[in-house]
Design a protein around this ligand. Structure first.
Ligand SMILES: Cc1cc2nc3c(=O)[nH]c(=O)nc-3n(C[C@H](O)[C@H](O)[C@H](O)COP(=O)(O)O)c2cc1C
Length: 200
């Protein structure tokens, strides 16, 4: 969609806006304020969606973590284009981002992995995410086996890491009475971000 000629210079970057909405969603009592639907493209070009947790927003983009050999990991290695949506039901707000991901470097992934609970980290080793398994018991046995293998610290598995999403297009949405909602888009201009409204 072309940028309309009445687009204005945005007063703040969309990452700042999102950070504030995340803080407000958390304060509102939203159960999982950082949950975001992440759509990737499969080998045939069909979209596939699932939730992941947003683990930090900076000017550089949004971070999330996953198993690199999962369906999404394989899809992201093949095609880096993604679309993400947040929804906060208490504040009745939505944010959509469209962009591309790049892998985090090992040091950043290690630092985040080290901040997680032991059980989460054992689970990261034990679960061949997205692959079939016959029973839950097999999974529990696999967790027990890695627990015996790593009796002290759990190192980050080589197949587990994170991505940074850089979005070129952001859309913010806020519920208003009678479904006459507010929608606005931010896209990069020549000098900073440009902003304009969309019809609801
Ligand atoms: C609220 C919520 C948060 C989740 N967060 C993550 C996450 O941060 N990373 C992840 O790999 N899976 C997360 N999951 C699980 C994914 O939705 C998904 O089931 C899993 O990653 C496998 O996806 P795939 O087969 O498309 O790769 C989360 C699920 C929910 C419901």
């Amino acid at each position: 969609m072309p940028i309309p000629n009445y687009a204005k210079r945005a007063e703040e970057a969309p990452t700042t806006w999102l950070s504030r909405w995340l803080r407000e969603a958390e304060a509102s009592g939203e159960l999982n304020p950082t949950a975001m639907a992440l759509a990737t493209l499969d080998a045939s070009g069909a979209p596939r969606n699932r939730f992941v947790l947003c683990k930090g927003v900076t000017d550089e983009g949004l971070r999330f973590f996953t198993n690199l050999e999962s369906d999404k990991g394989i899809e992201l290695a093949r095609d880096q284009r993604v679309s993400v949506a947040f929804y906060w039901s208490i504040l009745r707000r939505q944010v959509r981002l469209d962009g591309t991901v790049s892998p985090l470097d090992a040091a950043e992934a290690d630092a985040y992995f080290a901040s997680r609970s032991r059980l989460s980290n054992l689970g990261a080793w034990a679960s061949q995410q997205s692959r079939p398994i016959e029973t839950r018991e097999e999974l529990e046995v696999a967790v027990e086996a890695v627990s015996e293998r790593f009796t002290e610290d759990v190192p980050r598995p080589p197949f587990w890491s994170g991505f940074r999403l850089r979005a070129e297009s952001w859309e913010f949405w806020e519920d208003r009475p009678g479904r006459i909602h507010d929608r606005w888009v931010l896209k990069p201009g020549e000098e900073g971000w440009l902003i304009w409204r969309l019809q609801p």
